[in-house]
Design a binder for this molecule. Structure first.
Ligand code: AVJ
Length: 354
C-alpha cells in the first residue's frame, strides 16, 4: 500500500494534455456529462439507441480533417462480448492485474474503506467485479449504474437472491442528463466504484472534470475506488492493444458496423485494417482504423473520400504514473489518496476520500 502524501509538491506535468487542467472549471457541465457516457459500457440495442443519439457528433467526427469516431460506438452487444473476450487474452493484462490486486489486498482495502457503505458501481455491466467485493465490504446498499436498466434488472434479480442482506437497485442512467444520482441513491457513506481503467478513455483534462463530479457525488464521508492502468514499456502496451489473435482488431473494426447501423453509411469492414499502439509522447494507447485502399463512404445526406492509408481515430486509452493520477485526484478535491499496485507495477487501484 502506498500513501500518497497530500503535502507533496506538485509533480511537473509533462503530458501536454494536462497543461490545460485549470480550464476544467470552465467546461460546460452538460458537455462534460455527455462525454462521461463514452466511458460506460453498453449492453443492448435499446440502451445503445439512447446513447448513440449524438448523430451530429458522429458526423462532425467523420467530416473532421483528422476523422474520428467516439469510443462509445464499440459497445453494441457484439462489441461488449468482444471486449469480454479481450479481457481473457494473454496480452491484455489490465483485467487480470486489477483482479490480482483485489485478491491480494482485499483485507487492506476493506480496512481502508470500512464496511456498511453504499456502493455505487459505474458501468456495472454484469456486476461481477462489485459482487466479488460484497463478502469483504459488506455494503448496506448496492447501486448498479449502467445504460441498460433492463440488463441490470436481470443481473440484480440473481444477486438479490444470493445476497439477501444487501439492498440493491439498478440505475439505467443516461449521464447526458448530468452526473447526479436520484434521491433513491442513499446519501451517506457513498463508495463510488469505477474499475477497469475506463477513466483512461477521457483526456486528462476531461478526467479531471469527471473526477470532480464524482467527488461532489461522494458527498461527505464518501470515497472513490478506481482502477487505473499505469505507464509501462511500449512493447507491452503495443501487444495489449494489438493482440496476436486479432480480437482487438475485431472489436475496433466493429465500430464501423455500428456507425453503419446508426448513420446508414456504407463502410465495408473488409476495406479497413486495425491499428493499435502505444503513443509514448501522449502517454496513451491509441486505436485507429486504416483504409487499405482509397474508398468513398456515403450516408444519407453526405459522403467522404478516404485516401489509401488514411485513418479514423477510434480510441484513446491514457496511462498514468502513480504520482500523476494521485495529483489528479487531489486536484479534483479528494483528500487522502491511497494506492495499491500489482506485483509488476502495471496497474493501480486508488482509494480516495472525499
Ligand atoms: C474498457 C476503456 C478500459 O482502454 O483498455 C480494450 C477498452 N480498447 N482494448 C481499454 C479497450 C482496446 C479498454 N477500456
Amino acid at each position: 500500500m502506498l500513501q500518497l502524501d497530500e503535502n507533496k509538491t506538485e509533480i511537473p506535468v509533462e503530458n501536454p494534455d494536462m497543461r490545460g487542467l485549470e480550464l476544467v472549471r470552465e467546461t460546460p457541465q452538460r458537455e462534460r456529462a455527455r462525454r462521461t457516457t463514452d466511458a460506460l459500457r453498453l449492453r443492448n440495442r435499446e440502451a445503445i439507441a439512447r446513447l448513440w443519439n449524438g448523430r451530429e457528433e458522429l458526423l462532425a467526427g467523420l467530416n473532421a480533417p483528422q476523422a474520428w469516431i467516439p469510443a462509445k460506438y464499440f459497445y453494441d452487444t457484439l462489441g461488449s462480448q468482444l471486449f469480454d473476450a479481450i479481457t481473457s487474452l494473454p496480452e491484455y493484462y489490465l483485467t487480470r492485474s486489477e483482479a490480482a490486486i483485489f485478491s491480494r489486498d482485499i483485507g487492506d482495502i476493506a480496512r481502508a474503506v470500512g464496511t456498511g457503505c453504499n456502493l455505487i458501481d459505474l458501468g456495472a455491466g454484469n456486476c461481477e467485479k462489485a459482487a466479488s467485493l460484497f463478502a469483504s465490504l459488506k455494503p448496506a446498499h448496492y447501486v448498479a449504474v449502467d445504460l441498460s436498466a433492463d440488463y441490470l434488472e436481470t443481473t440484480l434479480a440473481r444477486l438479490r437472491h444470493q445476497f439477501p442482506d444487501i439492498a440493491m437497485s439498478g440505475l439505467g442512467l443516461d449521464m447526458t442528463e448530468g452526473l447526479s444520482f436520484p434521491d433513491s441513491v442513499p446519501d451517506s457513506r457513498r463508495l463510488i466504484f469505477y474499475p477497469g481503467s475506463s477513466i483512461g478513455n477521457f483526456t486528462p483534462v476531461d478526467a479531471a472534470g469527471f473526477l470532480s463530479d464524482l467527488r461532489r457525488e461522494c458527498r461527505q464521508h464518501g470515497g472513490l475506488l478506481i482502477g487505473v492502468d499505469l505507464i509501462k514499456e511500449k512493447a507491452i502496451l503495443d501487444a495489449a492493444y494489438d493482440d496476436a489473435l486479432g480480437v482487438t482488431a475485431a472489436f475496433n473494426l466493429n465500430a464501423l458496423n455500428n456507425v453503419n447501423s446508426v448513420l446508414g453509411s456504407d463502410f465495408d469492414v473488409r476495406d479497413w485494417r486495425h491499428c493499435g499502439f502505444y503513443n509514448q509522447t501522449m502517454s496513451r494507447a491509441e486505436m485507429h482504423v486504416e483504409t487499405r485502399l482509397a474508398v468513398d463512404v456515403s450516408w444519407p445526406g453526405g459522403s467522404r473520400r478516404f485516401e489509401a492509408g488514411e485513418r479514423i481515430h477510434t480510441e484513446n486509452s491514457y496511462k498514468y504514473s502513480l504520482e500523476e493520477f494521485g495529483a489528479l485526484l487531489r486536484r479534483a478535491g479528494f483528500r487522502s489518496v491511497t494506492a495499491w499496485t500489482d506485483q509488476r507495477n502495471w496497474f493501480a487501484l486508488f482509494y480516495a476520500t472525499a
